[in-house]
Design a binder for this molecule. Structure first.
Ligand code: HEC
Length: 154
């Protein structure tokens, strides 16, 4: 029986990679490095929140949930300086209200920092219920900032 040629499969793979990679490449060119950076913080929030959840209980060795919580907490510290004045722009969903209502925005930053510090404490206890409660509190802080300060997806 004739096997599909290797070359053909490679060409198909490349075409698929271009098709999938195209929009992301365009976006990377449009957004400023500052915007790219803060998006990476946001992605890390998502990753490490999921990491805490996944590592709680029997699934991962003791201490792994704490690793994710600590990483999350550090990202929340970094957030304070990720929105310099004038850093809205192409590829960004940051709303002008961030800079118009700076004090309130920084309060939201404090809220996620406090909630993530409590998450670290909860993971150290190893108590799944306490971790669940702390995770919920952290998650609440995402929406409370996105609602007033993040515009709709393009
Ligand atoms: C203090 C405000 C604030 C908090 C807290 C916050 N975010 Fe965001 N988030 C934003 C803003 C503003 C944007 C849009 C940034 C931009 O496009 O320049 C954003 C964008 C995002 C994005 C899209 C990133 C991308 O690649 O375009 C994700 C995902 C996200 N946030 C997840 C989270 C999660 C999960 C949490 C909570 C654990 C969280 N955020 C907490 C303000 C916040």
């Amino acid at each position: 029986m004739k096997q599909p040629s290797h070359k053909l499969l490679t060409a198909f793979g490349l075409a698929a990679a271009f098709a999938l990679g195209g929009p992301a490449v365009v976006q990377a060119q449009d957004a400023s490095p500052v915007v790219e950076y803060r998006k990476s913080l946001m992605q890390a929030f998502r990753t490490h929140m999921g990491g805490v959840r996944a590592a709680t209980g029997e699934a991962a060795p003791i201490g792994h949930a704490e690793h994710h919580a600590v990483a999350f907490e550090r990202m929340s510290q970094a957030l304070a300086n990720a929105f310099p004045a004038g850093s809205a722009g192409p590829g960004s969903r940051a709303l002008p209200a961030i800079w118009d209502n700076r004090d309130d925005f920084m309060d939201k930053v404090s809220l996620i920092q406090q909630a993530s510090a409590r998450l670290v404490t909860a993971t150290r206890s190893g108590d799944a219920e306490a971790i669940g409660t702390a995770l919920q509190a952290v998650q609440g802080t995402c929406g409370s900032c996105h609602q007033p300060y993040r515009g709709p997806a393009n």
